[in-house]
Ligand binder design. Structure first.
Ligand SMILES: NC(=O)c1ccc[n+]([C@@H]2O[C@H](COP(=O)([O-])OP(=O)(O)OC[C@H]3O[C@@H](n4cnc5c(N)ncnc54)[C@H](OP(=O)(O)O)[C@@H]3O)[C@@H](O)[C@H]2O)c1
Length: 322
């Protein structure tokens, strides 16, 4: 158990559900290092031992394996946890009624009777947002879902989901979007502001920019062209391309994060997660991890905070990514 939690618990909007301020992403449970079952069990246990309780999965992660192995973890070590999963509005799902079948399949894989938080994974679908929210309301009514959320929704789509759910007196609990030190679009596209206005939690996915904030800030500085990054960084390429062309910005951000990390004897990941946590109390970052060591390191983020000056200087250094 981490010694102190400087942040307390965070609300999933007005749903009445509270979660640890850091969740855990499971989209690699079942691939790479995450394909070792025993390692995943240990990762799960380490997360609970750290006093955290919020797991994020989806039916499409690792071809449903993520949900299945999370279900196994729950059966092995049942505790008071909050489970979020997502409905994928795939092109072959031509009716909003497919949501209920998908939900039943997720419940079965997870071994649960109720999902704490059920989200629509993305808005790019022929299915109508209002019809999907009607189906979500039915799922809540049937006791299969406690709280309803969306993911990757823009402000207008969020407002539509929120308005439709309000007909049933169900709050829109969360919008899960990409947000990190080097991806600050939720501040510019209005999503963070809409979350504040509508009392919706912002779940920040990819908060370590797929690990590049943890390991690769240095690498990006050394590799000034895209080709070596492509060869050496593989799946981190997309994140790398998001970096502004001006390498000076990257050097400044890296040295700022590094200086703060050194001052506290902490890591780049912890600085980046602390920045998100202090950016707004509605933000709940969900770093992905497939190792107990990463879980422990990330959980220790909650034992310390950036000073206001440190927050300001990091905020300024990452402004080019807004
Ligand atoms: N709603 C959506 O559309 C959507 C999209 C993408 C992701 N997500 C969710 O968001 C979660 C997080 O995103 P993500 O996993 O893509 O990216 P991420 O959290 O930014 O980065 C995960 C990567 O960082 C590494 N890592 C974690 N903690 C570390 C540490 N302390 N030091 C060094 N490396 C560390 C992990 O390594 P190990 O695996 O070796 O631990 C993994 O390679 C996903 O798991 C998923 O649940 C949602």
């Amino acid at each position: 158990m981490i010694k102190t939690n400087e942040y307390g618990y965070r609300k999933l909007g007005a749903s009445g559900i509270e979660v640890s301020p850091l969740g855990i992403g499971t989209n690699r449970w079942g691939s790479g290092q995450g394909s070792n079952r025993e390692t995943i069990y240990k990762t799960f246990d380490a997360y609970l031992e750290a006093g955290l309780n919020f797991f994020d999965t989806a039916e499409v992660y690792t071809g449903t394996y993520s949900e299945r192995v999370l279900g196994e973890c729950l059966r092995r070590n049942r505790q008071n946890v909050v489970i979020a999963t997502k409905f994928a509005p795939l092109p072959n799902r031509l009716s909003s009624h497919t949501l209920m079948d998908a939900l039943d399949a997720s419940l079965q894989r997870l071994g649960l009777e109720t999902i704490d938080l059920y989200m629509v994974h993305w808005p790019f679908t022929l299915l109508n947002i209002e019809a999907l929210m009607d189906e979500m309301a039915l799922a809540v009514h049937r006791g299969k879902v406690r709280a309803v959320g969306v993911s990757n929704f823009n402000v207008e789509q969020m407002r539509r989901a929120h308005a439709r759910l309000s007909h049933y007196e169900i709050p829109l609990a969360v919008n899960e979007v990409h947000y990190s030190l080097v991806h600050r679009q939720p501040e510019d596209n209005g999503v963070l502001e809409a979350c504040q206005e509508l009392d919706v939690a912002l779940i920040a996915y990819r908060p370590l920019e797929s690990g590049s904030i943890a390991h690769a800030v240095d690498l990006e500085v050394r590799n000034a062209t895209v080709a070596p990054i492509l060869l050496r960084q593989g799946r981190r390429l997309i994140s790398s391309l998001q970096y502004p062309k001006n390498q000076e910005h990257l050097v400044t951000l890296r040295s700022t994060v590094d200086e703060v990390a050194r001052a506290h004897g902490k890591t780049h990941s912890q600085v980046a997660l602390n920045w998100l946590l202090q950016r707004d109390e509605r933000i709940i970052p969900i770093p992905g991890a497939t190792s107990p060591e990463h879980v422990t390191e990330n959980a220790e983020t909650l034992t310390w905070k950036l000073t206001p000056d440190e927050f300001a200087v990091i905020n300024a250094a990452s402004t080019p990514w807004k």
